[in-house]
Ligand binder design. Structure first.
Ligand SMILES: Cc1cc2nc3c(=O)[nH]c(=O)nc-3n(C[C@H](O)[C@H](O)[C@H](O)COP(=O)(O)OP(=O)(O)OC[C@H]3O[C@@H](n4cnc5c(N)ncnc54)[C@H](O)[C@@H]3O)c2cc1C
Length: 450
């Protein structure tokens, strides 16, 4: 029937801090996937490439439907840029096939991409992912024209802004709870060329970050900053601002669809600790030299996907794994709130080199549970060290809630049900669209599903 089924303990969140047993189905056709969605038995959940950090893609003790077998391109119209593909196709595969130089220059590119290209189209839709160009193009769901959704009652529904529109809005950013996405239609973005012009600029304080953001957003497609999470006092928030834009030319050869090399073993202890963090941050700040600036033109891989260079880098945090905090706070008092978050983090000395500070623009996200909203988002990894880490995460969560912000489910493994309810006021309306046979660890933890 085109499905293999196994019991597996191999499914972890990307943070590697949760491990659970699952019944896993692996359909290899959309027809078989629809049968899996409607099969008798306990709760089930779609699972892409497992790049979500916590438990949105996990369903401990229950079923996962792995979608990587749904890897076919259905059609592409070079006149309009409309791509139709199955939900298990990855962003890396879309880029490899479509981001190719054309005779007259220019090319097609993903309108929105997260910081890794190793995610599936279905996973990108279900988390309504964002990229460093949010101020230009909004979230991924804004570029979805329609999707096909398999429900547990056996129906396969086409959902779009004009057909089953509420279910469409619930499924974008719907964390896999409305059914299994089988196919999607996505509007690709026309770009001048496949090269990237990029600038890195050092800044000495949080004020510097906000000034560079304001100065850059009109002219640059992608903006984000690295922040030294150990800096305090006048240097609080110092870091390196990166801005880039598509440019004429080919750039480099298209990057591979799987990592070039991967860490196969987990070290017995976290390689990210106070000592390595201090050394890395000092060296990274110095990399721009006395000018404090760099300017390059090259391929998009290094600019958009630096972490994809080494597969399995998440193993560096050792056997206990790590947590990511990602919150967004409204623009009105973002500077003060981000300063408060950074002060807590610096005081704890528990951070890591992986810090991203970024502005979200005003383009509304189409999903009922979409994370992106106008404001500033801070994302940071923390090695999992038990209670100390959980206490720190709770303080960051409290600051975010107090500022009327929200946390990103795709990155979360700890937020309280009350935090989710406060950050996602449409959760009540969303609940009506949850498929009764679908569930996840996250959904049970925050009370979306009982
Ligand atoms: C290095 C790195 C950088 C990242 N940077 C960003 C970033 O910049 N911006 C951002 O937004 N995110 C970012 N992420 C998070 C990542 O983009 C999302 O978690 C993404 O959704 C993962 O896709 P996936 O295919 O791995 O899906 P999974 O993680 O397997 O699943 C994600 C969700 O989608 C659901 N799902 C998967 N397939 C289907 C389907 N066919 N039908 C219905 N539901 C489905 C799952 O149930 C789950 O709820 C990053 C992750 C990593 C590891």
């Amino acid at each position: 029937m085109g499905v293999t089924a196994v019991t597996s303990r191999d499914h972890l969140g990307w943070g590697r801090n949760l491990r659970a047993e699952h019944r896993v189905s692996r359909p290899s056709t959309v027809r078989a996937a629809a049968v899996c969605a409607a099969a008798p038995g306990g709760p089930r959940l779609g699972h892409g490439l497992g790049r979500s950090y916590g438990d949105v893609a996990l369903n401990p003790g229950a079923g996962l439907i792995e979608t990587r077998g749904l890897d076919r391109f259905v059609s592409f119209d070079p006149a309009t840029g409309i791509l139709e593909a199955e939900a298990g196709v990855t962003l890396a595969e879309v880029l490899a096939v479509l981001a190719r130089p054309e005779a007259g220059g220019g090319g097609w590119f993903l309108p929105v991409t997260p910081g890794t290209r190793f995610v599936t189209l279905g996973g990108a839709a279900a988390n309504d992912v964002h990229g460093k160009n949010h101020h230009r193009t909004g979230s991924f769901g804004r570029h979805l024209l329609s999707l096909e959704l398999a429900r547990s009652d056996g129906r396969v529904l086409t959902c779009s802004p004009t057909e089953n529109a509420d279910l469409f809005a619930a499924t974008i950013g719907g964390l896999g709870l409305t059914g299994l996405i089988l196919r999607l239609r996505l509007a690709m973005m026309r770009v001048e060329g496949l090269a990237m012009e990029a600038e890195d600029i050092a800044f000495g304080s949080l004020e510097g970050y906000f000034a560079l953001t304001a100065e850059s957003e009109a002219e640059w497609d992608y903006t984000a900053a690295w922040v030294d999470c150990l800096a305090t006092g006048e240097a609080l928030g110092r870091g390196i601002f990166s801005r880039s834009r598509h440019a004429a030319g080919q750039g480099a050869a298209p990057p591979p669809t799987v990592p070039r090399c991967s860490l196969a073993l987990t070290p017995p202890l976290s390689m990210v600790n106070g000592l390595s963090l201090r050394a890395f941050n000092a060296a990274y700040r110095r990399r721009l030299g006395s000018s404090g600036r760099s300017h390059t033109i090259g391929g998009y891989e290094k600019v958009l996907y630096p972490l994809d260079a080494i597969g399995g880098w998440n193993r560096l945090y050792g056997p206990r794994g790590f947590h990511q905090f990602q919150g967004v706070v409204p623009p009105s008092d973002a500077a003060a709130v981000v300063a408060g978050l950074l002060r807590e983090i610096a005081r704890s000395e528990q951070g890591s080199p992986l810090v991203v500070l970024k502005g979200f623009g005003g383009l509304a996200s189409p999903g009922m549970l979409s994370f992106p909203m106008e404001g500033t988002t801070l994302a940071l990894d923390f090695p999992a060290k038990g209670l100390d880490t959980l206490r720190l995460l709770a303080r960051l969560e409290a600051i975010t809630v107090e500022a009327q912000g929200r946390l990103y489910p795709a990155k979360d493994s700890v937020m309280a049900a009350e935090t989710f309810a406060a950050g996602y006021p449409a959760a009540g309306a969303f609940a009506e669209w949850i498929d009764p046979a679908f569930s996840s660890g996250f959904a049970r933890r925050v009370g979306l599903v009982r």
